[in-house]
Design a protein around this ligand. Structure first.
Ligand code: GLU
Length: 496
């Protein structure tokens, strides 16, 4: 167990076999926050020893996702550090050296059993109803000199860890699960180096965690069952065992492991849908951790200050898409109009081809006014595109058919548009502001003997193309006097 005074060093060690899953992201967040809260070091290590499934492209996708989430690492790819390299494929010599050292110390041994032999042993054990069905330790008793000779002669072999016969129970003191005990006899003399020379996960992880001086291993509880095997490797290496914290799985709303069936599972998908990175980090952090019973908005700096393993729950967490959206909304509403314009609105409008980044179509005040009406109506960043499109369409706005049939193809619509046009003609160009526009339109429904809903519905569809656009006065102000009047006129033939 690591010493209280040792500086905290934690790692996130993804295997680049796919994108960064939200479960992996939460593990990364907890490691990052734990390092920050304890003034420790957060290391990113790429566990890429599975050559068939690991790709450089996936590694880059993971690094991009980590950067987007704002989980800055102190050691690892791109930043380096004193304990590199930080890709396992670049550390193979270290694993081989460690394995040979264990053989020399008699804590590991060469095994020459063929797959056929192993299969036959398993079958016999099964038939005898032997309680121990693992490796029968056949090669454990081969004289080391003889074993060395066979290895040098090129005989295919693996290297197995020697689990001490008298080891007794292996107790893991887990910060989340409490003490979990495993029987060492059931651990088997597992393989640490395969016949093809590749090291296994339980070995590489421990070699690296030891060499990288990891003090706390925080990872998914799907690895809890690997932990006693890893403890055997620490003990064989003569290295201190770190503290462990195995965090629970994330479930979908139906109680099954979160998967594609439930919705988006990769960090990238959330980014592409327009979630805010801070909101996603906040939401994921709360999946299994909470500063107290009620706080739901946990900004990044608070997380980095207050995160502690004591408050991590061992119960599986259920992914709640509605809660994520609620938190997302809180983050959008907390932006100033200025932040909204520059961080959210402009990038979206540029992305949709409505604006050009280097050459905005309007003065800054125009965007701030747009921000003030869009922000309360925005959850995800791309929401702003459809709500702004009518402002970029010239005289010929795109009409939503349903909105037209409900608001223009009904009696009184024509009269409403004519009255609105006349009233707005009286609003001078230099007084073309939402308040003046609203004031000019305000008396009209009563004068026409119609309802506000019908009147404004017709005007709104005529100028904006649909009935769900943002507030009318501001919309007309943003559109400008010329376009507003032109659209009212153009819509007249559609109105009854
Ligand atoms: N590469 C392993 C994984 O992605 C790391 C597990 C660990 O943290 O030890 O599951």
């Amino acid at each position: 167990m690591s010493d209280q005074n040792t500086p905290v060093r934690v790692r996130f060690a993804p295997s680049p076999t796919g994108k960064l899953h939200v479960g992996g992201a939460r593990t990364a967040i907890y490691n990052w926050a734990f390092a920050r809260a304890n003034h420790g070091t957060f290391i990113l290590r790429i566990d890429d020893t599975d050559p068939t499934r690991s790709t450089e492209e996936n590694t880059q996708v993971i690094l991009r996702a980590m950067r987007w989430l704002g989980l800055d690492w102190d050691e690892g790819p791109a930043v380096g550090g004193d304990y590199g390299p930080y890709w396992q494929t670049q550390r193979l010599a270290l694993y081989h050296e460690a394995a040979e050292r264990l053989v020399a110390k008699d804590r590991a041994y060469y095994c020459f059993c063929t797959p056929e032999r192993l299969a036959a042993d398993r079958k016999t054990a099964e038939e005898r109803h032997d309680p121990f069905q693992g490796y029968q330790r056949t090669c454990r008793s081969i004289d080391p000199v003889e074993a060395r000779r066979r290895v040098d002669a090129g005989e295919p072999h693996t290297i197995r860890i020697k689990v001490p016969e008298d080891r007794g129970d292996v107790a893991i003191h887990d910060a989340v699960h409490g003490t979990v005990t495993f029987n060492a006899r059931e651990l088997d003399d597992f393989i640490i180096v395969r016949t093809d020379g590749t090291p296994t996960y339980n070995f590489t992880t421990v070699v690296d965690d030891t060499l990288m001086r990891i003090t706390h291993v925080i990872r998914g509880d799907d690895h809890l069952s690997n932990t006693p095997r890893q403890v055997m490797v620490y003990e064989a290496l003569g290295a201190p065992t770190p503290a462990f914290a195995h965090i629970s799985m994330i479930l979908g709303p139906d109680g099954k492991k979160l998967s594609k069936r439930h919705g988006a599972t990769s960090v990238e998908e959330y980014r592409d849908r327009g979630y805010d990175a801070d909101a996603l980090v906040n939401y994921l952090a709360l999946l299994g951790w909470a500063p107290d019973g009620e706080t739901t908005i946990v900004p990044r700096d608070m997380l980095a200050r207050e995160f502690s393993l004591e408050h991590v729950s061992k119960n599986p967490a259920t992914f709640d898409f509605k809660k994520l959206d609620w938190i997302q909304q809180q983050y959008v509403q907390a932006m100033s109009d200025e932040e909204f314009v520059f961080q959210l609105l402009m990038p979206e409008l540029v992305g949709a081809g409505l604006e050009r980044e280097a050459d905005p179509a309007h003065p800054k005040a125009w965007y701030l006014l747009l921000a003030s009406i869009l922000k309360p109506r925005t959850t995800l960043a791309p929401d702003v595109v459809e709500k702004s499109r009518f402002l970029y369409e010239g005289e010929d706005v795109t009409f939503d058919e349903k909105s037209v049939s409900r608001n223009l193809s009904r009696d009184g619509a024509h009269a409403a548009l004519e009255a609105a046009r006349e009233a707005l003609l009286d609003v001078a160009a230099d007084g073309w502001h939402a308040a003046a526009i609203d004031a000019a339109l305000e008396p009209l429904p009563e004068r026409l003997g119609t309802t506000k809903r019908k009147f404004y519905g017709a005007v709104r569809v005529a100028v904006c193309g649909n009935q769900v656009s943002p507030p009318l006065g501001e919309s007309l102000e943003l559109l400008g006097r010329g376009l507003a009047l032109a659209r009212l006129e153009k819509a007249l033939p559609l109105a009854r």
